[in-house]
Design a protein around this ligand. Structure first.
Ligand SMILES: [Zn+2]
Length: 251
């Protein structure tokens, strides 16, 4: 049930204007992968909308009526936080233990998730993939933390990333959800330095003795959460393309 590390999601959202830190451009691998969902859609892959329409057309069947109600509940409950467009959710079998992915404005969910009585994995997967898109977010720890806020679930994947990222977000605001949203806002706008400074200030306040012992204590914690960032020769955080590559290949 693992939603893998979305290689296609790394490096594809370079942003325009105002940002000092350039985000790496899509690699050939990313471009090739990002064609796949588009192609699937063009080739007529079934969407969540088709699935809902089919249930609606067979509402006389109690099993289908129940499934329709459950699915609508999932979409409505997620919709309080994040927009789900069933037309853009493709139901395509995904490789190995992967159940979800996202590319461009499309999300894929493995149809196996719809076969289950309990739709909580589908709900979690949709929340995770749609968060990547809605927040323009290429960080698994932050994406999964936001998913956990939305669904009330525990981490279903990326437990280590979640654990490491939480060490940073937990200090940003006493309100856990606000803290995660603040980190996402800064990260997805590539304001990595601002994110580090806000964190380091709170860290120094909370753990003065650790900072006295090791002046890099805050930096080390930050780097565990954001290993893809490195400090440039100008002393600013930027995405290390080598790290992104390695990360993408690991998936
Ligand atoms: Zn992801």
């Amino acid at each position: 049930m693992s939603e893998q590390k979305d290689p296609q999601n790394l490096g594809v959202d370079s942003k325009e204007g105002g940002n000092v830190i350039p985000f790496p451009q899509a690699t050939e691998t990313n471009a090739a992968v990002s064609k796949t969902l588009e192609e699937s859609k063009a080739e007529g892959a079934k969407t969540l909308k088709d699935y809902l329409d089919d249930l609606e057309a067979n509402i006389g069947n109690p099993n289908k009526a129940e499934k329709l109600k459950k699915l609508k509940t999932v979409i409505i409950s997620l919709g309080k936080f994040i927009k789900i467009n069933p037309e853009n959710v493709l139901l395509v079998p995904l490789p190995e233990d992967k159940v979800g992915e996202n590319q461009g404005d499309l999300v894929a969910a493995d149809p196996v998730l719809l076969k289950q009585d309990d739709l909580s994995v589908l709900r979690h997967t949709l929340a995770h993939e749609e968060t990547h898109l809605a927040e323009d977010l290429d960080h698994e720890g932050l994406t999964e933390l936001r998913t956990m806020s939305i669904t009330g679930d525990i981490a279903m994947d990326y437990q280590i990333e979640v654990e490491n990222t939480m060490q940073v977000t937990a200090l940003l605001d006493e309100d856990k959800d606000k803290a995660i949203l603040r980190a996402i806002e800064l990260y997805s706008n590539e304001k990595y330095d601002e994110l580090f400074e806000e964190f380091a200030e709170k860290y120094t306040e909370k753990y003065p003795e650790k900072v006295t012992k090791n002046s890099d204590a805050a930096l080390n914690t930050f780097q565990l959460a954001f290993p893809e960032l490195h400090v440039s020769s100008e002393g600013e955080f930027e995405v290390d393309e080598g790290e992104v590559e390695e990360y993408a290949q690991a998936a």
